[in-house]
Design a binder for this molecule. Structure first.
Ligand SMILES: [Zn+2]
Ligand SMILES: [Zn+2]
Length: 469
């Protein structure tokens, strides 16, 4: 198991050693395609499988579960397994992820050693390998260069990318010079298999064996089954956190925020925030949100073991949140009928308006905009007679306070009934000029935003007399 042909997914190897077929040349001189780039058939399917990872991720835990049937679970072992689950989980979240992949804080040597050992106990590959893929995941999220893109399916992002062979050349390139210079990272990478055996299995077995003589229980529950649970939990960051929940900061990519993912992943569930602000040592920004990894890092700072905790300002975070809210608002606004835009309405002569009105069409001119109230008159809250009294007249003043100062909702409703504009109509001319000068507000899609009280039919000051009504 320790030869150089191991795949890097669970055990660290330079990416060029992913598969021996990689560098093999055909006699024609054409490079043979990587197995991952060939179609899976009945004859070659076993070559597509990453057997080493299958062993570590599926077969070994399965053995653990089978053996658990005949192994009693003692309370002390159970409690230790849960504690060790948190320790090794934090090795990944506080260590691999927030310290090494994102450098969101600085850690002292003792803390880095602790995190490197704890992370090895989670059996998810070396820091170097894990962080490189994770940086590629952030840089190329949802693209072909994302090593665990959720666009390839939920199961692929959770497990598939590890149990199927990957072409290492496909994964986006990232800078890991800092990791190569970190002696603890380099040491852990070099001795990773030993670290896995010691921290993943030997250590929990020894603790349970020496302390309360439960060697087998320690091996099965705090070792094998705990590894399985911590692996599956942290894999959820790649799958569940890109599939379940809200997108309060940006919805262009897949990352999402959800409390369930946070509970499962020691606080890594506020993933939409995390992808927007990746070097923030927090995932949850509210004190009441579940982020034990953040609490751990904060405690380490209080103990003098961590420093330089990076955060984005509340202002920068709120800017992103407001923009996303605005985007959602735009999507809701665009679904509504705001009436035909003024500059798209046909122009009518005043005389034509009068003629049509007198010939039985229920038209009302307000602020130079002509509205057809035929279907609405009977439903007018102020009465049919009142509204009909405005037909064939300039009802601007009457509508704006002369008779009744209509509500914002009334102006909105009125807008949906407009059918034309009067040539030279005062308010319309002002409105049009302002529009031409770009004085009106538009959303991202170029659609007009009509603020309350800013409808063309609304007069700035309520009119005192019903002169024209
Ligand atoms: Zn992600
Ligand atoms: Zn990340």
């Amino acid at each position: 198991m320790v030869d150089g042909s191991l795949d890097p997914a669970v055990l660290p190897q330079p990416s060029t050693m992913d598969a021996p077929t990689d560098t093999t040349q055909k006699s024609t001189g054409k490079p043979k395609p990587h197995i991952a780039d060939t179609v899976m058939t009945r004859r070659n399917w076993y070559q597509h499988i990453n057997w080493l990872n299958i062993t570590f991720i599926m077969a070994v835990p399965l053995l653990g579960f089978i053996k658990a049937y005949s192994t009693p679970l003692y309370t002390k072992t159970a409690v230790f397994a849960v504690i060790y689950y948190f320790i090794t989980g934090l090795g990944i979240t506080a260590g691999y992820h927030r310290l090494w992949a994102h450098t969101s804080y600085s850690a002292s040597v003792p803390l880095r050693i602790f995190l490197a050992l704890a992370g090895a106990g989670a059996v998810e590959g070396s820091i170097r390998w894990w962080s490189r893929d994770h940086r590629a995941h952030h840089r190329y999220t949802d693209t072909i260069k994302d090593p665990y893109s959720v666009r390839k399916g939920l199961l692929y992002s959770h497990l598939g990318w590890m149990i199927m062979k990957q072409n290492p050349k496909r994964i986006g390139r990232v800078d890991i010079a800092d990791l190569n210079e970190d002696r603890i990272v380099a040491f852990q990478h070099r001795h990773f298999l030993k670290a896995v055996i010691i921290m993943g299995l030997a250590f929990p077995t020894l603790v349970c064996g020496l302390a309360w003589n439960d060697w087998m229980g320690g091996f099965i529950y705090a070792g094998l089954i705990r590894i399985f649970i911590v692996q599956q939990a942290t894999f959820c960051v790649n799958s569940l956190a890109h599939w379940l929940g809200d997108q309060p900061f940006d919805d262009r990519n897949s990352p999402r925020d959800h409390v369930i993912t946070a509970v499962v992943t020691l606080g890594e569930g506020y993933h939409n925030f995390h992808h927007e602000f990746p070097s923030d040592y927090r995932n949850a920004i509210q004190w009441w949100q579940y982020d034990p990894t953040k609490w751990f890092i904060w405690t380490m700072k209080k103990l003098g073991l961590a420093s330089d905790l990076k955060t984005f300002s509340a202002n920068a975070i709120e800017m992103g949140r407001v923009q996303q809210l605005q985007k959602k608002l735009d999507q809701r606004r665009v679904k509504l009928d705001w009436g035909v835009p003024i500059d798209k309405l046909p122009v009518m002569e005043w005389d034509d308006y009068i003629t049509q009105s007198e010939n039985g069409r229920a038209l009302i001119s307000i602020a130079g905009v002509v509205h057809d109230i035929s279907d609405f008159a009977a439903h007018h809250p102020g009465g049919k007679a009142m509204i009909r009294s405005g037909i064939a007249k300039d009802a601007t003043a009457a509508f704006n306070g002369g008779v009744y100062r209509h509500s914002n909702a009334a102006h909105n409703l009125l807008a949906t009934m407009r059918i034309g504009v009067i040539r030279g109509g005062m308010e319309v001319e002002i409105w049009k000029r302002e529009h031409q000068q770009g004085a009106y507000i538009k959303d991202e899609g170029g659609n007009r935003i009509i603020r309350p009280g800013a409808q063309v039919t609304k007069m700035a000051e309520p009119m005192a007399t019903a002169s024209a009504a």
